[in-house]
Structures are given as structure tokens and as C-alpha cells.
Design a protein around this ligand. Structure first.
Ligand code: NAD
Length: 304
């Protein structure tokens, strides 16, 4: 499982691009672990937290990466990652030769493979390292990290993974991390859909869903989602967290991967439709636990 090594690591110079819901706490953990972190992001208010934790916000990608040993990206999707990494003013144009790029974003596997190939041609090492654990996992540095790339590069990134995560597994070659993350998002989306149906069922029959889910959480139906999200779901609190829009993106990655692998995933298709309905109903910027609103709408229950 996790390849934990000793915690007495030398300080690493890190350029961190993308300080959003996930990237901001991850960059802070790296700075607090003693690494030199230069952050760059579009939402510059995030620099306050990074600087309070010992890092520094800078005005360009070039400035963030020019002396970096490790460059980290935590961006919404493949167009942003490709622009930031491969663009004219991007990472590969400005980082020192031999630097290691760790892309923590969730993107399609073929983009990760293409970035790794472009990196190799330009003298850079690349890992795809998407994460699971949500905002809570990022804040608590307990993320699970699924890593694609070479064994050597995986081993050299141990101190980075230890600062932001609890479990990190080398799952295969370039792109394999993204394939595992697609499988993760399938299980997460399906679980949310079923928890939403369980709430609607219990409430329709006059049972207290909060108490019901407390019982479910302790039995075979128990899951990390029930553990951290059941109370907010029953209370209808849908502040993200992980936005429906991003999960919609991930269901597209799953559909493409299924086609590429020549496999039928009927439940994935159903879950993708429910998430698409959430977006169509105007809930794209809510947390993905708002799948509950979709199931309620199907049943003429709850608020629109
Ligand atoms: P977010 O939208 O909160 O953050 C994205 C950040 O990227 C923003 O700070 C934005 O300013 C920055 N950005 C975008 N384009 C940029 C550019 N050209 N240059 C510099 N910065 C740029 O998204 P998030 O929720 O932090 O998710 C990031 C990635 O992590 C996504 O791929 C998502 O699927 C994945 N992920 C999210 C969660 C979660 O719970 N939020 C969990 C696991 C994985």
C-alpha cells in the first residue's frame, strides 16, 4: 500500500499552479512541511493563506517554476493543464531541465500520456497523480493518491505525497493514475445516487433519515461518504466541496475510458445522466451530494 518513507526529507523548491478548493490547502501543507513553495493561480486571494503558512504567491507561471525542482499542477481539467504545462509561457518553457511535474488534477488519461511524452522530449519527468478524499481530505492532508509514471519518479516524490496524503499507490505507467481515478469517481457518483435514494425513501415513509443513515453507516452499507456527508445531506447543505460541474467532467472521462476499453458500464451511464440532470437543473456549482435534489425532483419532492 502506501510507500511511506522516513519524514526527514530535505527541503524541495516547489512551483505550485492552481490554488483552488484542493490546491490551496495542499500548497499550505507543503509549505508547513518545510518546502519552499511558490504558488501561482487566477484567484489571487488564495495567496493570503499560502503566505500565512510560509509560501509565496507570484504573478506568473514562469516566476513560480523557474528554479523549481518539483512543479505541481492542481487545475480543473485538461485544457487548463495543457495550457499551463505546454503553453508558450508554460511550465515546460520555464522550468529547469530535469524538474519533476506532478499533476494532481483529474483529467483524461490520454492527456496525461501526451503531457508525459512531451515532457520526456523536453527533458522533464512527469507523474499523473489524481487524488481522492475531497476538500476534507485536502484540508486534513489525508488524500488518497493514485500515481501513474515510472517507479523511480514515484519514489522520488515520497516527501511531497507524505505532506498532502495518507495513502499513495503507484498504480502503473503514465495515465494509469487517471484510469484509477475514473474508477474512483464511478464508485463515488454511484454511492451518492444511492444514498440520495435512501434518504428520499426513508422520508417518504415517515422515517427520520438522519437516524436511518446513522444505522446504515455502521453496517455493510457504511462508507466514507456516509461517514463525512450524511449529516450535511440530510440538512440539505450543498456548499462545495466537489462541484457537480467537475463530477460531470469526470463522468465524461469515464465514458471515454469505457469506450476505449470496449466495456459496457450500464450503471456509470445512469449515474452520468443523473449528474447531467443536476447540471441541467442549475445545480452545477453545488456539491455533488446535491444529487439528492435530482432524486427529489424526480419524485416531485423537496425544493426546486
Ligand atoms: P477549483 O476550481 O476550486 O480550483 C482550480 C484552480 O485552478 C483555481 O484556483 C483557478 O484559479 C486555477 N486555475 C485555472 N486555470 C488556471 C491558469 N490558467 N493558471 C493558473 N491557475 C489556474 O477546483 P478544485 O475543486 O480544487 O479541483 C481541482 C482538480 O482536482 C480538478 O481536476 C478536480 O476534478 C480534482 N479534484 C477535486 C476534488 C474536490 O473535492 N474539490 C477532489 C478530488 C479531485
Amino acid at each position: 500500500m502506501a510507500a511511506h518513507a522516513t519524514r526527514s526529507h530535505p527541503m524541495t523548491r516547489i512551483g505550485f499552479i492552481g490554488l483552488g478548493i484542493m490546491g490551496s490547502p495542499m500548497a499550505s501543507h507543503l509549505a508547513k512541511a518545510g518546502h519552499e513553495v511558490l504558488g501561482h493561480t487566477l484567484n489571487t486571494d488564495a495567496y493570503r493563506r499560502l503566505e500565512a503558512d510560509g509560501g509565496r504567491g507570484v504573478g506568473s507561471i514562469a516566476e513560480a517554476v523557474k528554479d523549481a525542482e518539483v512543479v505541481i499542477t492542481m487545475l480543473p481539467n485538461h485544457p487548463q493543464v495543457e495550457q499551463v504545462v505546454l503553453g508558450e509561457d508554460g511550465v515546460f518553457a520555464h522550468a529547469p531541465q530535469g524538474a519533476l511535474l506532478i499533476d494532481f488534477s483529474t483529467i483524461r488519461p490520454e492527456s496525461s500520456i501526451a503531457i508525459a511524452e512531451a515532457g520526456a522530449a523536453a527533458g522533464f519527468r512527469v507523474l499523473d497523480a489524481p487524488v481522492s478524499g475531497g476538500q476534507v481530505g485536502a484540508e486534513q492532508a489525508t488524500l488518497s493518491i493514485m500515481v501513474g509514471g515510472t517507479e523511480y519518479d514515484f519514489a522520488s516524490a515520497t516527501s511531497i505525497f507524505e505532506a498532502v496524503g495518507k495513502t499513495f499507490v503507484h498504480v502503473g505507467a503514465h495515465g494509469a493514475g487517471q484510469v484509477v481515478k475514473a474508477a474512483n469517481q464511478l464508485v463515488v457518483g454511484g454511492t451518492y445516487a444511492l444514498v440520495a435514494e435512501a434518504i428520499v425513501l426513508m422520508e417518504a415513509l415517515g422515517v427520520d433519515a438522519g437516524k436511518g443513515l446513522d444505522a446504515l453507516a455502521g453496517g455493510l452499507a457504511g462508507s466514507r461518504i456516509l461517514e463525512v456527508k450524511r449529516k450535511t445531506m440530510v440538512a440539505r447543505e450543498f456548499t462545495p466541496g466537489f462541484r457537480i460541474d467537475l463530477h460531470h467532467k469526470d463522468m465524461g472521462i469515464i465514458a471515454d475510458a469505457a469506450r476505449q476499453g470496449d466495456v459496457a458500464l450500464p450503471t456509470a451511464a445512469l449515474v452520468a445522466s443523473l449528474i447531467a440532470a443536476g447540471r441541467a437543473q442549475g445545480h452545477g456549482s453545488l456539491d455533488h451530494s446535491a444529487l439528492l435534489k435530482v432524486i427529489e425532483n424526480l419524485n416531485g419532492r423537496g425544493e426546486k
